[in-house]
Design a protein around this ligand. Structure first.
Ligand code: GLN
Length: 322
């Protein structure tokens, strides 16, 4: 059975999701990074980028916010490009931790293995792996250049966020030295942590994130620029990582309820990937206790459920242009 969805139906359901949750005031901005606490809490936007490059949007879709942990996705893609899938598995791993994003416990439990590039430990390791080893400037250019290619436009460094985060990232400092202790940092630990902190401080819009999601959904070809950004074989690899740990300790609940592999960040952004169909992003700063945007989650779940898009449904979704 085919699940036929028209573009205008999709746009309408996005609008409904937006109207339904616009005034929801649950959750709170991240406050452990002072800069994030001051971002206006009522911002809210949803964007879908279809596989053919069409963009559907509603709300605050061009507001520039902190990418935070969503940056772990592009840097994992960069590591896949530079090292290949097997090496990434050996050097970082692809396991769910079932624990909070900044867990030290997860490192102790799997001390031969930071588990996945999509939690802090594995993401700091991924930053340490970015080539060329030992050349901070070139590594940074590789990280930002890769994000620019995935999104079709450049991210901007939010200097104030970078400063705020650098001054308060004590837990992450402990993580990077613990990784060093277990030989799981492949470059200088301080510089690797700094690269990680700086990539988390990049400013991005919901529209850019949706295009990144669509590039992954489209087997590595950016649907806006038409350029091949990564080899098609890595699309399923990165989507597996996203599906297993994108919401940290709440990933199973999220997948069960929404049916969409998606990755969150404490800046309030979520990017989702529906292979062969679309990338979706939603943004709203107030977070739940696991650090995931309340309204962005509600909006994406609404759209997925209303259109029966759960990725494990046996109903072959097709998007039809009227
Ligand atoms: N930079 C943040 C941190 O390391 C990112 C966390 C997140 O978005 N979940 O704590």
């Amino acid at each position: 059975m085919e699940n036929k969805i028209t573009v205008s139906q999709l746009q309408q359901v996005m609008q409904e999701a937006y109207e339904t949750y616009k005034t929801n005031n649950e959750g709170a901005n991240a406050n452990y990074i002072p800069f994030l606490a001051n971002v206006p809490s009522d911002l809210f936007g949803i964007v879908i980028c279809l596989q053919d490059g069409r963009i559907l949007k509603v709300g605050d879709t061009s507001f520039v916010f902190g990418i935070e942990s969503v940056s772990k996705v592009p840097t994992a893609i960069l590591a896949l490009k530079q090292y290949g899938a097997q090496k990434l598995l050996q050097m970082i791993g692809a396991d769910a931790t079932g624990l909070p994003f900044n867990s030290i416990y997860a490192i102790l439990l799997e001390n031969d293995h930071p588990s996945t590039p999509l939690v802090n430990a594995g993401a700091i390791t991924a930053c340490s792996m970015v080539l060329p080893i030992g050349d901070y400037k070139s590594k940074w250019d590789a990280i930002t250049g890769n994000i620019e290619q995935l999104c079709g436009s450049a991210p901007v460094l939010l200097e104030e966020l970078y400063k705020s985060e650098s001054e308060t990232n004590f837990n992450n400092r402990a993580i990077s030295w613990l990784l060093k202790n277990y030989n799981r940092i492949y470059d200088d630990p301080t510089n690797s942590l700094d690269l990680y902190t700086r990539q988390c401080s990049l400013g991005i819009t919901a529209e850019q994130l949706a295009i990144m999601g669509a590039t992954i959904a489209n087997d590595g070809i950016n649907p806006i620029t038409g350029k091949i950004i990564f080899d098609a074989q890595y699309a399923a690899k990165i989507t597996s990582l996203i599906a297993t740990v994108g919401f940290y300790q709440h990933t199973g609940d999220w997948l069960y309820e929404s049916g969409l592999p998606a990755k969150t960040g404490v800046g309030g952004g979520i990017v989702g990937v529906y292979p062969g169909l679309f990338g979706i992003a939603a943004f709203a700063p107030p977070l739940d206790s696991a650090g995931n945007s309340v309204k962005a989650q509600l909006a994406i779940k609404y759209i997925m459920n209303k259109l029966k898009l759960h990725i494990f449904n046996n109903n072959k979704p097709v998007i039809i242009t009227e």
